[in-house]
Design a protein around this ligand. Sequence first.
Ligand code: ADE
Length: 227
Amino acid sequence: MRIDIITVLPELLESPFNHSIMKRAQEKNLLTVKCHNLRDYSTFNQKQVDDYQYGGGAGMVMMIDPILNCIEALKAERVYDEVIYLTPDGELFEQKMANRLSLYNNLILLCGHYKGIDERVREHLITKEISIGSFVLSGGELAAAVVVDAIGRLLPGVLNNETSALEDSFQDDLLAPPVYTRPANYKGWEVPKILLSGHEAKIKEWRTQKALERTKERRPDLFEKGN
Ligand code: ADE
């Protein structure tokens, strides 16, 4: 999969994909992430990408022209499945959307800034709008990093143990059960005996039970949906 990120702050996205699982995914050529500086597509001398909003009001708005130039340049190279705008008023990003997006080949992610982007970009160029939660970030970059990470780890071959993404919280509308590692007794804090029993079927049953209990207690909305 290839993901092109359009941003006015490429520096902000230098680190998130260069470590751990995202780094490995790129090294294995399962994922390609490219950042494009929107200013490179400005036709103004000062590399301007924003302007005052019509009708007055505080805050600048990102202009159509550089965004269109950048998207067109990318589209000339390959076909994109979605052109996504990260925005707090988009569709809420959840595991199911990550699963669906992970099946695509090419995505563009556009990061907003300032007051947002000219509405005509949203009408004519954007095919999907995503919010990562009901809060406002200072720009779409961190949201884009979240989306890329959530999608990237789902790509076949990225995780060492293929089953581990399937067992994540949310994959079956259940939160993950608690996990433990050595020592079995840490100054009196004990690991549940069942996990030390070696009895696979019983352990599986215990984990399912704990996942159900945890979901019911912490996310009753998910519990209602899945059970
Ligand atoms: N940009 C600013 N806030 C955002 C959010 N909550 N989700 C996605 N993009 C954003």
